[in-house]
Design a protein around this ligand. Sequence first.
Ligand SMILES: [Zn+2]
Length: 345
Amino acid sequence: MAARTGFSPSLLKKIKSIKKVELHQHVDGSIPPKLAWKLMSKHGLRPVDTYKEMEDLLVLQDREEGSLLSYLDKFHYPLWITQFYDNIVTVVEAMAVEAYSEGVRVLELRYSPIIHTLAGLTIRQTISAALSGLNRAKKRVPIEAGLIVIAMRQHGPHIAKLLARQAVSEAYYLHDRSGVIGFDIAGAERGNPPKLFREAYAIARAGRLGLTAHVGEDEGPSRIWEAVDDLGVSRVGHGCSAVADRELMKRLARDRIAVECCLTSNYQTGAVKRGKEHPIFTFLEKGIPVAICTDNTTVSATSQVTENRLLADRITPELLQTIHRKAVSHSFIGLRNIDKPFRLG
Ligand SMILES: [Zn+2]
């Protein structure tokens, strides 16, 4: 789905001015490329000679499009730099400030602590580094922010339980400032069904964390049913295949289960085929709550303004604003303070 050409400057201005809610954005896939290059250079980790070549490695290229696994390959290089505490603080602070400049006022970032322990950080340190980055950003810009801890599916249910416990031990209600607000599974969807992670989700639920899951991106609607019924999620990451199941869509609408929609990413991974309408339009028609999300601003070369622009052919800026305003109630941040001072809309 390409952005409409000949977009009027006044429409673009309106889209930019919408106060936005970002519920699905990954840390490793959203490091601004120039900052990634700078940090790689600092640590002597340059895999290529020029910034342009590096940018090509960080951003998904057209020839790499079409599968979730090749999309996930783009996380290889960012992980070189996010093994170090200060780097994690720096990149999280930068992406939160960047999100603010796109109009984001409520920001949920997510990452998997365990894949940031390769240079010796503990799981706990990787979480506190990310929280520290959010807190630094909050000193610079008025934004509500929290962290979702991800368990990688391919690491299996035992590691997921371990991460759920760590996530609970850093929960937002134990912190004065930013804390962990939610739990998620991500990574290779095929072969790693949601039901394997039931116990990890039970731990996260008992610890009063919000529950979401990457599901229905590379698999059919039965996996979304599983995430809803077995894991008890109140949100679904991507959930594209739900569009093929009327009963499931009724359930999502009835139980107010929000779908975190990431248009650019969904076309790039093949979750939605090029030329086909994105399911977000059907979800809206069926009364399913949706959030407009970026997934990975760097890998997908996108931003909140770009994602909203993609929808603006068919959705007015006023309705886009309403979608964001409603998405606030699906945020895991608790949003005790959302009415003041950051009232949306
Ligand atoms: Zn994602």
